[in-house]
Design a protein around this ligand. Sequence first.
Ligand code: FES
Ligand code: FES
Length: 203
Amino acid sequence: MQQPTPDPDQEGTQAIDRRGFLGAVAVAAVVPLPASAAAGGTAVKPLGPTGVPIVVNGVEHKMDLDVRTTLLDYLRDHLHLTGTKKGCDHGQCGACTVHVNGRRINSCLTLALAHEGDEVTTIEGLGAPERLHPMQAAFVAHDGYQCGYCTPGQIMAATALLEEPCGPTDADVRECMSGNLCRCGAYANIVAAIQQVRREGGR
Ligand code: FES
Ligand code: FES
């Protein structure tokens, strides 16, 4: 059976339409959408309220931040407290551990503006070179580190652990510290340091 002869005018129209369609797709891919459209109709508010108070290492600061700023980035980039480390930025390594109102948290997983009125303690607020916290001194005594990158988070987790219902054995300590990874593998010495402080009742 003979196929109908294509109508050149019609084919040209379809070709233009395809080109037009592909062009529109390409433009849509590179032209940024308005914030309200990108957020599915909910307007993105990049700046947070001004003057929101937060206490870090005993000093009150007024936050004036992009609402998306994590507590970790606030501490490091705004307050320049770089002792708190960014390892994974996804809650998987514990390098960013700080205390909020006495309890340990991963500061990469929480927004700074969520901590209005909270008291945050970082490794800089725990001790000083001439006045080490007992846990810092124990890490030094037991060589509880190699490169030291994970160490601030390990020490913040370890000091919080002193106030937690952790069992007495080394295995209990390893379990309680399992959220803090050490790529250098200093785990045995870290546990030894923590157990010494626990035995001596250090705080
Ligand atoms: S940087 Fe926060 S858990 Fe790894
Ligand atoms: S001491 Fe290097 S990652 Fe722990």
